[in-house]
Design a protein. Structure first.
Length: 160
């Protein structure tokens, strides 16, 4: 079974990196789980549901069904997992401002999807409807305070 998911992930990382660089304040985009010593305060993970997990994490899910064009084509519905995070570091920070910052990253993602000139996302599918669901997570830890918005982006593709 072939899938458009790997190409969609690559396309979204590039699209959101451009959006992150243009945002004010800018945010960093990671392609899935990343091991880094960077202390990034505003970021977006593409292809990840739980940045704190030590286990393998779900980057995306997809289903396929026969398309109306015959046995050689398949309709694919895929869901790409993402997490937007605003983190205070070890300094004090109000959750209110961190929530607003995490949701600003989500807003930049939604804008990038809606205003993308290439509505086929590199020939890999169309957002149907795009961001479909989200969950706000927040916590105070010994490493600082954070707010995360975990969300999914839905796509529909035709595989030939």
């Amino acid at each position: 079974m072939t899938s458009r998911v790997p190409a969609l992930l690559d396309y979204l990382v590039d699209l959101f990196t451009t959006a992150g660089n243009a945002a004010n304040p800018p945010f960093t985009v990671y392609d899935g789980p990343v091991v880094t010593a960077e202390n990034v305060k505003l970021l977006l993970w593409v292809g990840l549901t739980d940045p704190d997990s030590d286990a393998a994490d779900s980057a995306a899910t997809f289903t396929q069904a026969r398309a109306d064009l015959g046995q050689l084509t398949r309709d694919e519905s895929s869901s790409i997992s993402c997490v937007a995070e605003a983190w205070s570091g070890t300094g004090e920070s109000a959750l209110s401002s961190l929530r607003a910052s995490a949701f600003a990253v989500l807003a930049a993602v939604e804008t990038a999807i809606r205003t993308n000139v290439d509505q086929t996302f590199g020939g890999n599918g169309q957002p149907m409807p795009g961001v479909t669901g989200a969950e706000l997570l927040q916590n105070t830890t010994t490493e600082g305070v954070f707010a995360r918005v975990r969300f999914q982006i839905q796509f529909r593709s035709l595989n030939t």
